[in-house]
Design a protein around this ligand. Structure first.
Ligand SMILES: Nc1nc2c(ncn2[C@@H]2O[C@H](COP(=O)(O)OP(=O)(O)OP(=O)(O)O)[C@@H](O)[C@H]2O)c(=O)[nH]1
Ligand SMILES: [Mg+2]
Length: 648
């Protein structure tokens, strides 16, 4: 096992442990009737996110820098050969995602390039297997798998016209166009996207690797450049030691990686093919000095700290692993890369998941301790009441019974006020959902959609985009405004209800939508990049701009839906308390009247009832302690792990 496997296994083990712990906590809460519908929804959402968490790594570079070879070296050496096609010249023709879903047999799915005639992005088509050609992979037969994966290099020959419609031919920038064959036809990829499903220790633990074709070709998919690459947890950019940083390397860097240049922590640069510098006629120190010089130069050119640039040889790394040659493996420096990759990807993921875990446990335990508080107070009241009955006659007891009934009746008559709070809440909740619904998004994007319409060069795009983004931000701001209003309304109502009905209602802090604002800023940088002057020619194609608009819309929809989900979880959590506490109070009344009924007959029953009540009180104290223990236990697991990561 290498460093990367260790790190990914540790992460998976940590995740598994967190899921198990959270499930046990959920069971415990349910057993103690402390898990209402909202808490249950919250727990289920956190569990689903922890269980299905994926780690996305995208590998990006000019053709022939060794992207596919690097993936072969990291993943496939145990098969004794390269599985992904890697050879001189343009090889990988379509983006290719490697992952593992154990509910599906090993296969590769290929999406025909002709689907580009439609507006839908790969993400939309992903859900429908009938759009894809599926080829099975035999995991016990590396030759068969490598043979099937040759499909990634498939091409088709089409007329210039068809190439233009597919986005591979641009009349305005002939220098970027492919050279036509002797018969005048143009070579284009046969597939638009590939999904490889393969059991592998790393893929099965949630690693997803995206291999891309040399993206210099102007035919890149908007979804890839706007969505998949920027969203990856780590982007690995390759250079080759034998070519240095070329103009086309820089073009790709600028297009895909420089946009979020400040996000150094998610970028890794690989200076591949250092074996081409190995030379028996030169001293080791001399070669090393050259490698370090190239690293420093590359880092300076790309504006990255030198620590993010790693020199290695993917090819020798693969060979060394296949042959079990420890010396060569060491010289290939593949191990250092794997270690940094693991660290970069996992520290990011684990921080996110730890925060999620922390928030979930805090929310659930806050809610549970409020309910316990109500129960404790009810019990205390009953104890006082029953102690007061010692030595009293049947008449007094009957009177007592009436008093409980009166209390309960009074409580019930106050409940319409709770209904009123619920009604206002419902109205506000609807307004929040509406502020962020599909219609609002469509309205906000209308100026942009208009600018995209029609043939020819689209010059006013940036202005239209800016206009649309003002509206998009206004939608988010208005939902924040409504959330604040709802928060103020609930705070006041809760205070009143607590005073009038002895509830223990407490509003959780209103959700902070700052994250979604930051998300919009981040997206805007990427989007503007794709609407700039350099892209005008590409945008002139009607098919391309339709797909681009589709992609922009779906990323913004993601932000709207995320913010809406957050708001809904919070608001549900806030009002579920009402239902829970009403139920708790009713339970208290029933217990009191039942208790009185039972002691009505004989005096010894009173003593027995008092004993029962104090047993219950003790049990409640025990539950309280257990809850504290749960929280302490989670506390102990989360930060320790984060601490380790930061120290690493
Ligand atoms: N000498 C040497 N050759 C390498 C190394 N890594 C890859 N190559 C070779 O470089 C060529 C291109 O490698 P690929 O992995 O196909 O490159 P790619 O970046 O995937 O290229 P495209 O798929 O066309 O985008 C192949 O012949 C590899 O064997 C290396 O570390 N050293
Ligand atoms: Mg390749």
């Amino acid at each position: 096992m290498n460093a990367l496997s260790h790190q990914i296994n540790d992460h998976a083990a940590w995740r598994g442990d967190a899921v198990g712990r959270l499930e046990r906590f959920g069971t415990w809460l349910r057993e103690h009737a402390l898990l209402d519908a909202a808490a249950h929804a919250r727990l289920a959402a956190a569990l689903a996110q922890l269980a299905t968490d994926k780690l996305h790594v995208a590998v990006v570079a000019e053709s022939s820098r060794g992207k596919s070879e690097l993936i072969n070296a990291v993943l496939f050496a145990p098969h004794g050969r390269r599985l992904l096609p890697a050879r001189a010249g343009r090889t990988t023709m379509c983006p290719c995602e490697l992952g593992h879903d154990s509910s599906q047999p090993p296969h590769v799915r290929l999406l025909p390039i002709e689907t580009r005639h439609r507006v839908q992005g790969v993400d939309t088509l992903r859900a429908d297997p009938s759009e894809w050609t599926t080829l099975n992979l035999d995991v016990d037969d590396p030759e068969q798998m490598a043979g099937v994966l040759e499909a990634l290099t498939d091409v088709r020959h089409v007329t210039t016209d068809e190439a233009r419609r597919l986005g591979f031919w641009h009349d305005h920038s002939p220098e970027d166009n492919p050279v036509p064959k002797a018969n005048g036809l143009i070579e284009v990829p046969r597939w638009r996207h590939a999904l490889i499903n393969l059991p592998h220790p790393l893929l099965s633990q949630g690693l997803v690797i995206l291999d891309t074709p040399g993206l210099n070709a102007t035919g890149a998919e908007p979804e890839l450049t706007i969505h998949q690459i920027p969203q990856a947890h780590v982007v690995v950019f390759l250079l080759a030691a034998d070519t240095g940083v070329t103009r086309s390397d820089m073009a790709i860097w600028r297009e895909h990686l420089a946009v979020d240049a400040h996000r150094h922590d998610t970028r890794m640069v690989v200076l591949n093919k250092i074996d081409t510098l190995w030379d028996p006629l030169r001293s080791a120190a001399d070669i090393e000095a050259q490698i370090q010089r190239q690293r420093a130069e590359s880092a300076a050119t790309l504006g990255l700290p030198e620590s993010r640039v790693l020199a290695l040889s993917a090819q020798k790394g693969l060979l060394a692993k296949v042959q079990g040659d420890a010396r060569l493996l060491h010289d290939s420096r593949l191990g250092t890369f794997e270690q940094l990759l693991g660290h970069t990807a996992l520290s990011h993921r684990q921080r996110t998941l730890s925060t999620l875990l922390d928030d979930t446990v805090n929310g659930l335990s806050r809610e549970a301790s409020r309910v316990l508080q109500v129960r404790r107070r009810d019990l205390a009241e009953q104890l006082i009441e029953f102690k007061g009955l010692r030595g009293k006659n049947a008449h007094v007891i009957a009177h007592m019974r009436q008093r409980v009934e009166a209390d309960q009746a009074e409580f019930e008559t106050g409940l319409p006020r709770v209904q009123a709070v619920r009604a206002i809440h419902r109205k506000l909740r609807l307004s929040i959902a509406q502020a962020l619904d599909e219609q609002q998004l469509e309205n906000a994007l209308a100026p942009l959609a208009l600018a995209f319409e029609g043939p020819g060069l689209k010059l006013g795009l940036k202005k239209a985009y800016a206009e649309s983004m003002v509206q998009v931000r206004a939608c988010l701001a208005s939902s924040e405004q409504l959330l604040a209003e709802m928060g103020a309304m609930l705070t006041a109502s809760f205070r009143q209800l607590n005073a009038d009905h002895g509830f223990e209602l407490e509003l959780p802090p209103t959700p902070d939508l700052q994250y979604f604002h930051a998300e919009l800023d981040r997206m805007e940088r990427h989007h503007l990049h794709h609407l700039g002057v350099t892209q005008l020619l590409r945008l002139a194609q009607p098919g391309f701009s339709a797909r681009l608009l589709h992609t922009l819309t779906s990323s913004l929809r993601g932000v709207f839906q995320g913010a809406q989900r957050e708001a809904a979880l919070w608001s549900k959590g806030a009002t579920a308390q009402l239902g829970t506490q009403i139920a708790e109070r009713r339970r208290g009344f029933t217990q009191r009247s039942e208790g009185i009924d039972r002691i009505h007959g004989a005096a010894e029953n009173l003593e027995q009832r008092l004993r029962e009540l104090s047993d219950q009180e003790q049990a409640l104290r025990h539950t309280d302690l257990e809850l504290e223990q749960w929280v302490a236990e989670f506390r102990a697991v989360v930060p320790v792990h984060l601490g380790l990561l930061q120290a690493a």
